[in-house]
Design a protein around this ligand. Structure first.
Ligand code: Q9C
Ligand code: ZN
Length: 339
């Protein structure tokens, strides 16, 4: 299979991240994408061309207000601080407060869920580029049956109007909606990132033509904490079209594969015209912020099981952080598709 990648991701390389009482280097570094790109190239996979689809497919799942905010923040930054190179959201409205403020500092928190999504000079170019990578790979999948989008920054924690969890635009949701429109048929999303795909769930919660299934570490003591529970099953036309499968922390390959089988049963019952896999690699036993125990061989088994389901499949990179095993796990997974 071919992969899709854009150098625009390098324009955004977050520095500081506050985690568990200390300030650390941000885990979602630009070098992640370089490492994954180079590993695929060394393994013999070839790269497809990235096209520009403009903002229309982005605005099909994100609000115009939010997209305008992200794309114009940098030009307005002097209102907060003309000299800073990185703006970290620090004030959040929470559930009781609903008034949209006029000032930029208030708006930054209004459109963010947490402090992990800083804005730098190149953040918008990078997140726009990642969405175009996902769309380009979606067209390749429609033409050939399979493709891999090496998106960075990731997307599955981004809601229609909110960044969070290292994510700004929901590349997976943008691609899934685009595929559904092209096929004029239902689409299933299978999210195997170690974190619950809360943004994707939120975007499609009321839709019956989009099945969202997420397998992730139990959020009761893990990001994103406030969503990802089994009782969240969708609303309105989307009732029954959202499936959350939280797993106990430290779950390993065999129990994971058993959960995956159940997830694929739900997907088969839905009869999707295509499958989008939100491919986080942070379920790895070695991941610095992960809490599951998936091995390199485990990723290959996961891929083979998904490939055996037989759907036209788009793989979209989500999380997965810097370790020696990160590129090995990607190659192990991609080889599992044998295409
Ligand atoms: N104690 C993705 O993998 N919290 N996002 C990290 C853990 C944020 C992860 C702190 C995790 C976001 C796309
Ligand atoms: Zn993750």
């Amino acid at each position: 299979m071919r992969f899709f990648y854009s150098d625009t991701n390098k324009k955004y390389d977050p520095e500081t991240f506050y985690r568990k009482g200390t300030v650390i280097t941000h885990p979602e570094r630009a070098i992640r994408a370089t490492i994954l790109h180079d590993a695929l190239t060394a393994a013999g996979f070839s790269e497809g061309p990235v096209k520009d689809y403009g903002l229309a497919p982005v605005l099909a799942v994100h609000t115009k207000d939010y997209v305008d905010f992200l794309s114009t923040f940098w030009a307005k930054r002097a209102e907060i601080n003309a000299d800073s190179t990185e703006f970290i959201p620090t004030h959040f409205p929470r559930l009781h407060m609903h008034h949209k403020p006029t000032g930029l500092e208030g708006l930054l928190g209004y459109y963010s869920a947490d402090t992990s999504t800083a804005i730098q000079a190149g953040t918008w170019d990078a997140v726009y580029g990642a969405a175009q990578v996902a769309l380009s790979a979606a067209d390749e999948m429609l033409a050939t049956g399979v493709a891999y989008a090496l998106c960075r920054p990731p997307g599955h924690h981004a809601y229609a109007d909110c960044s969070g969890g290292f994510c700004y635009l929901n590349n997976t949701a943008i691609a899934a909606h685009y595929i559904g429109a092209q096929k004029n048929g239902p689409v299933a999303i299978l999210d195997i990132d170690v974190h619950h795909g809360n943004g994707t769930q939120g975007i499609f919660y009321n839709r019956g033509d989009m099945l969202t299934v997420s397998i992730h570490a139990d959020p009761s003591n893990y990001f994103p904490y406030y969503a990802g529970y089994a009782e969240e099953t969708g609303e309105g036309a989307g009732k029954g079209a959202n499936v959350n499968m939280p797993l106990a922390h430290k779950t390993g390959d065999d129990a994971y594969l058993a959960a995956l089988e159940k997830a694929l049963d739900r997907i088969r019952d839905f009869k999707p015209s295509a499958l989008v896999v939100a491919l986080g690699l942070d379920a790895s036993e070695h991941d610095p912020i992960g809490v599951l125990k998936i091995t390199t061989e485990g990723f290959n088994r996961i891929a083979r099981k998904i490939a055996a389901a037989g759907y036209p499949t788009l793989l979209v990179q989500e999380g997965g952080y810097l370790t020696e095993q990160l590129p090995l796990n990607l190659v192990s997974f991609i080889r599992g598709f044998k295409a």
